[in-house]
Design a protein around this ligand. Structure first.
Ligand SMILES: O=C(O)CCC(=O)C(=O)O
Ligand SMILES: [Fe+2]
Length: 220
């Protein structure tokens, strides 16, 4: 399942853009030297990477919708990435395990956070393959799309302007997508209808939620 979140407010978007505008980017193949599909640029400077990642990690931490959808266990520091005219990312699947230096996370969910106005660049949609079709995302600044890491996806070639995004990967406490989606539906029902339910029935719903998390969730 896919989800679009309003993740960053305009001040946070502006700060990420400011960091991007004042820092050099390097060839994206630096972290994937053998990946011929990858043709983009990513932030490298440690201080700038840390400052921008901090803004976005804090926003993830404050998003209830994100927690209810992703059941996040670990989140890779979001990395500012840009695509200038002629750049793209061909169809690929994300690596199952991502080495963050101090530890390794499993990518259950992948996420692109959009930072530039979609009208300011041409091309550059994120296409997520779904059977013979594809879903296309080109979102407003501050919006993020979260999608299963086991899907083929690609970024269309940018033909004018600049596509600035941040990329991250999430290890979920519920690695099985079928179970995660069921728990998300239960979370939604509890959030939307819980207060309309008779209290004893709401308590039973919460019991089911907690017990499924207990049985299915990765241990912290
Ligand atoms: O730029 C994007 O939206 C996605 C990039 C991507 O697929 C990746 O970094 O693995
Ligand atoms: Fe990817």
């Amino acid at each position: 399942m896919y989800r679009i979140l309003q993740l960053l407010n305009s001040a946070e978007v502006a700060e990420c853009r400011r960091i991007a505008a004042n820092t050099q980017f390097i060839d994206g193949r630096a972290t994937n030297p053998h990946n011929k599909a990858k043709n983009n640029q990513q932030l490298h400077d440690p201080a700038a990477s840390q400052a921008s990642a901090q803004i976005m990690l804090k926003a993830f931490g404050q998003s209830e919708e994100f927690r209810e959808f992703a059941f996040p266990d670990k989140i890779a520091p979001p990395l500012l990435t840009k695509y200038q005219p002629g750049q793209y990312y061909g169809a690929h699947a994300d690596a199952a395990f991502i080495n963050l230096g101090s530890h390794i996370i499993r990518s259950d969910l992948s996420c692109t956070i959009f930072l530039n106005d979609p009208e300011s660049y041409e091309g550059g949609a994120l296409l997520i393959r779904l059977g013979d079709g594809a879903l296309s995302f080109k979102l407003r600044p501050g919006e993020a799309v979260i999608y299963p890491s086991d899907t083929f996806h690609q970024v269309e070639k940018v033909t004018s302007g600049e596509r600035l995004v941040a990329i991250t990967f999430i290890q979920s406490r519920i690695p099985d997508p079928f179970r995660r989606n069921l728990l998300f539906d239960l979370n939604e029902v509890a959030a939307l209808e819980g207060l309309n339910m008779r209290p004893e029935n709401f308590a039973r719903l919460q019991l089911v939620q907690s017990n499924l998390l207990r049985y299915w969730g990765d241990k912290p």
